[in-house]
Ligand binder design. Structure first.
Ligand code: MRU
Length: 367
């Protein structure tokens, strides 16, 4: 995607051929900063501290993190330590495990001297695949937006509500939930996006809004609690969100607050779509509420706010009184019954075991 006329992905190999470049998302929307990862420790920090975030990008960063680690120590012990270090960074997005396992499977059979080069190669393949998958999600999802536009009539914008950031910053390119928006916008379909601010870290207000500004897509940032009201008054035609882990039965884990939007959509007859690349499906589990580990993050994300001051400084202030305890579960699970359909790289399907297996029949044997 382009930022001020320059095409970027969210992660790429530096010109030196070994270090890795990322966009530091903690600085957005106020500063666009590209930073360099040179070690396993830096890659793990980038994931844990959310310089990179979003399930697919976490997976790609972990893959490059293993490559950086193997460059320093390609032994079996080095590989295992690096995999464990990266696995411990964030618990919810299954793409992390997927990315690590994919690189591990590629390098384990090789002699230590060959491992780093193979890991870099696999990480690059993962990144390229993610970009292609997300573009394809965009095509399938845009067809749903087009259908909504046809129902509304000429010139009437389709109002799409999204939560968190599932745009190109959350993936290698294009995004998941925002890919249909970008493709539909490219195709000239009139649309407008309601952007949930997404407290506590404000991925909607900071990142989704920034992406939409950069691409000229009409949008409005709303407080997280506004969505239900807008749906009751017919001002949302469809919701599209991303996911950090979706079970084989179609339960969807995504940023905290997604479940409440799905409930409001259900009550108001608003279609609720979830866009996901297949590496986000955890085929081993079925019941998302009981089986998906939910990340509990630092309470200061709730008790504090960070933003730009009038004189251009980035500052953090506290919004809770001294002595108030805070809790910060970062994700929730929307049961499949509230999901109208899943938008994948292979097409749109029901959020159900049958729906998923119809698109991914090769997974039937996995159990
Ligand atoms: O905590 P984050 O910012 O990593 O959470 C990201 C989300 O919840 C996204 O909606 C999800 O990863 C889907 S992104 C393609």
């Amino acid at each position: 995607m382009k930022v001020d006329g320059i095409a970027y992905r969210t992660i790429w190999l530096d010109e030196d051929g070994w270090s890795v470049r990322i966009i530091d998302q903690t600085k957005l929307p106020h500063r666009f900063v590209v930073t360099r990862l040179t070690s396993l420790a830096e890659a793990a920090h980038a994931i844990r501290a959310m310089l990179v975030r979003g399930a697919p990008l976490i997976g790609a960063t972990a893959a490059y993190g293993l490559a950086l680690a193997l460059r320093a120590d390609p032994s079996d012990a080095g590989l295992e330590t690096a995999a464990a270090t990266l696995m411990a960074t964030r618990p919810t997005a299954v793409n992390l495990r997927w990315g690590i396992e994919r690189v591990r499977a590629r390098v384990q059979p090789l002699a230590p001297a060959e491992r780093a080069a193979a890991a870099y190669d696999e990480a690059a393949v993962i990144a390229d695949e993610d970009a292609a998958i997300c573009r394809s999600i965009g095509e399938h999802g845009a067809a749903l937006i087009r259908a909504a536009a046809e129902r509304k009539g000429p010139g009437e914008p389709v109002n799409i509500l999204t939560h968190c950031n599932a745009g190109w910053l959350a993936t290698v390119d294009w995004g998941t939930a925002l890919a249909p928006v970008f493709v539909a916008f490219e195709q000239g379909i009139p649309l407008h996006v309601w952007v949930d601010e997404t407290r506590p870290r404000n991925q909607g207000a900071s990142l989704t809004a920034w992406e939409l500004v950069k691409h000229g897509v009409p949008h409005t940032v709303i407080a997280d609690n506004a969505g239900g009201h807008l749906m009751q008054h017919g001002r949302v035609d469809l919701c599209i969100v991303g996911t950090d882990r979706t079970t084989a039965d179609g339960d969807v884990c995504n940023k905290i607050g997604t479940y409440l939007k799905a409930l409001a959509a259900h009550d108001n007859g608003v279609p609720f779509y979830v866009a996901l690349p297949s590496p986000t499906i955890d085929w081993r589990i079925h019941d998302g509420v009981r089986e998906i580990p939910i990340e509990e993050r630092d309470g200061r994300e709730v008790s504090e706010l960070t933003g730009l001051t009038g004189d251009g400084r980035i500052e953090t202030i506290r919004v809770t009184p001294d002595g108030s305890p805070v809790a910060n579960p970062a994700f929730d699970v929307t049961p499949a019954r509230y999901v109208t359909a899943l938008i994948t790289e292979r097409g749109v399907c029901a959020a159900s075991p049958g729906g998923l297996l119809a698109l991914f029949p090769e997974r039937a044997a996995v159990g």
